[in-house]
Design a protein around this ligand. Sequence first.
Ligand SMILES: Nc1nc2c(ncn2[C@@H]2O[C@H](COP(=O)(O)OP(=O)(O)O)[C@@H](O)[C@H]2O)c(=O)[nH]1
Ligand SMILES: [Mg+2]
Length: 457
Amino acid sequence: MNTYPKFAVVGHPNKGKSSIVSTLCMNDEITISKIPGTTTKSRSFPLKVDGKIIYELYDTPGFQNPRRILEWLKTEDVSAHRKSQRIKSFVDEFADDVKYKDDIELLKPILSGAGIIYIVDGSKPYGSEFEVEMEILRYCGAPSMAIINTIGEKDFTKDWENALTHYFKMVRIFNPMKANFPQIIELLKSMSHMNEKWIKPIEEALEILKNNRVSNIKQTSQIIAQIIYKIINYRYSVNYNDSNKEIMRQKAINVYKKNIDKMEQDAFKEILSVWRHKNIKLNNYNNILADIELFSKESISLFGLDKKSIVALSASTGAGMGGGVDILSAGGSLGAGVLIGGVLGGVAGIIGVNKVLDDRLISFLGKKQITLGPLKDTQLLFVVLYRLLFFSIEIAQRPHANRKDVEINSSLKDELKITSDLKKDINKLHKKLYKSDKYKKEYSELLFEYLKKELKS
Ligand SMILES: Nc1nc2c(ncn2[C@@H]2O[C@H](COP(=O)(O)OP(=O)(O)O)[C@@H](O)[C@H]2O)c(=O)[nH]1
Ligand SMILES: [Mg+2]
């Protein structure tokens, strides 16, 4: 059943029609272009939430021949109640005329019941030539409103308001590139008042949109919590010998960094998808750890195993025969960040705790190993977290007409307004998240509350 409201977005080429459709339908796959005449067909874009269409907008080409159309309409003098019939006659008569292709594309959805949203650019001077197209729209007799979208620097809004109120009951100022969520909601409310029948469905739609937003914030928090958990616990190990120690160390650092980058990128992508942004490039983000002295003493462990330390380890873990020797956990007791990775973990089972280690084993372990991670460095985790939060806030506030890269700069900390109490709570959870995903829920809820507050406006 087609009971949801429909709107045809019309106006001159290059006034931001496609931008407005993009923002209101939360769809960043609609082509926006500097080149006038890019949109040549009327195309409808529904806003779907949970599989349900809540309204639909038609992106239309601009008028091409408004003067000739108005002349034709006026060749027969009809009273107001028959004027929309005149439009229909025009569309029927010129249906196959390529000259009027764009104009007809634009009029068709209006004839089939869509409300008119007329877009003008408030940064360009008003001119009476616009009256021709406004006259035609008035002929349609459809519910209508006008939107002033100020694209450039200059401001002729007042002139436009004065002129538009002669033709439209409602005139609103709206910038599809900058609009935030409350402004979108306000505009949709105005649109609902174009037609009494639309008030209720749009009210319901707004309720759905608001709930959906909260659920998006929740999902975003969960994504961040999951990725931070993964980053904290991520380890990478390589074996080395005395001749290739430096090379292997550098290699390990590179792989570790690359994988952390990848995790962050994946989180960015998931966040973009939650917020329905498909066209934002992530080219600038593969440098998460580049400028940070990550591999300081605390966060890197070069662990060349010798007989003495194996004995010490075996003793300190109290490991028994037959596998399951928890040598990994002994890492903690050897100092922050020190970890013995998979190789030792794998052979641990054959090390009898109180058994004297034989030479064979020593030489095997003598391969030596470097392990990077887990990332227990609290400052670093905050850098990672701040980037994710900043990115999330940017994306959540972004209208879909805006597809620019998100700039992540170095002063995130100041921009994010994180109180020292919150920072302490986060820090505690970061510590608990090491090895235990039990605290992921608590962590994501903390982030959820924070993001909800930040995204109020
Ligand atoms: N700065 C700015 N540019 C805008 C705004 N709205 C549209 N534009 C730009 O104007 C051009 C035309 O926009 P588009 O939505 O394709 O217009 P249409 O031809 O009416 O569909 C594009 O280059 C947009 O990026 C706006 O509110 N601010
Ligand atoms: Mg367009």
